[in-house]
Design a binder for this molecule. Structure first.
Ligand SMILES: [Zn+2]
Length: 58
């Protein structure tokens, strides 16, 4: 296991507080494949940034 994978395996699946200045979001790190991970930011429903990005998507 590489250092990267070892580091990220500790964090994967555990919510990490923060990630958004406008709400009390948390972040989930998901490992897609060895050496590849994505960080999802989970905003609160009433977050203005989330609302703005939903408007753009529609
Ligand atoms: Zn937010």
């Amino acid at each position: 296991m590489s250092e990267f994978d070892e580091l990220f395996s500790h964090l994967a699946g555990e919510p990490i507080p923060g990630g958004c200045d406008m709400c009390s979001a948390d972040q989930i790190l998901e490992t897609l494949s060895p050496g590849v991970a994505i960080l999802q930011i989970r905003h609160e429903d009433n977050c203005p940034i989330l609302r703005a990005s939903r408007r753009r998507a529609n």
